[in-house]
Design a protein around this ligand. Sequence first.
Ligand code: 89V
Length: 347
Amino acid sequence: MISPPCTMSKLRFAIFGTGFWSRFQLAAWRELEGAECVALFNRTRARAEALAKEFGVAAVYDDAAKLLANEKTDFVDIITDVGTHAEFVALAARHRLPVICQKPMGRTLAEARGMVDVCRRAGVPFFVHENWRWQAPIRAFKEVLASGRLGRIIRGRIDYAHSFPVFDNQPFLKELDQFILTDIGTHILDVARFLWGEAGTLYCQTRRIHPDIKGEDVATVMMRMTDGVTVTANMSYASRWEFDLFPETFLYVEGSEGGASLGADCTLRVFTKAGAEERRVEPKHYAWADPAYALIHSSIVECNRNLFSALRGEGTAETTGADNLKTLELVFAAYDSAASGKAITFR
Ligand code: 89V
């Protein structure tokens, strides 16, 4: 059993859902002083019991309503499948509890809007656990953009193309009618917004290459951002490269005074008239991380840190439910565009 760190004035929370992702989320919470998981809920009780035993969580439930009725909690962290997000967010809101929900927030834009609304009406903070933008190399790339060194920004590109068998650890992904845009597109289009602001127009093409999955596993999204920058996002779980660098995201930007790229092995390269510089942006390594997902798992800690500071009233959360609706608007517009073959205009 892993013993909890010594902390003062803790916020007590419950986790709903103890599948593949929860153990990393729970381990990441333990990196922060002041957060204490007091109860786990899972429909299959045995899975919650196993996780509770390993992490020393006191209470286990197979009924989420009972958990909230019995336990004193300060917030809820929802890590269940997307089909149950709305129900559990509404339950937490009825208990006047702040709530964190995994991505994708909802199955449809209407459902997600309803979730934001339910929390707004209950007066409870609502956050989406959108961790991708918290990856250290992506934060470093953003700093280069914000420095102004590249001059006027002309074009950006995001590449996330791998052949890593995501379905092995998360078999439910095979069953999704809408796959890559809801699973990775939520992350990648959120990164596009984080780096380059809001989109004015969007055009998308999708494909299915794996024969044994329901949804699309390739998506190409092209956007014109409101300030005129053109951004292309290439996503694939069917592309075989010489070296599969899952889960790295490659970034490129062209500016009037220089450019930057984030490439293999988290290598950040910046070039201007003054010359070129290159460095590796090493993400923090945690012993509990799955080596295949280490880059993402370290970003869970930073995402939790940001949301936790907001929960404590000490900082501002980046990925509120309201903010994440703008990312989901892009995701679902991408499906609309792929179905119609037409570009979508937002504003
Ligand atoms: O982080 C995620 O959303 C995961 C994975 C990287 C495997 O797609 O589902």
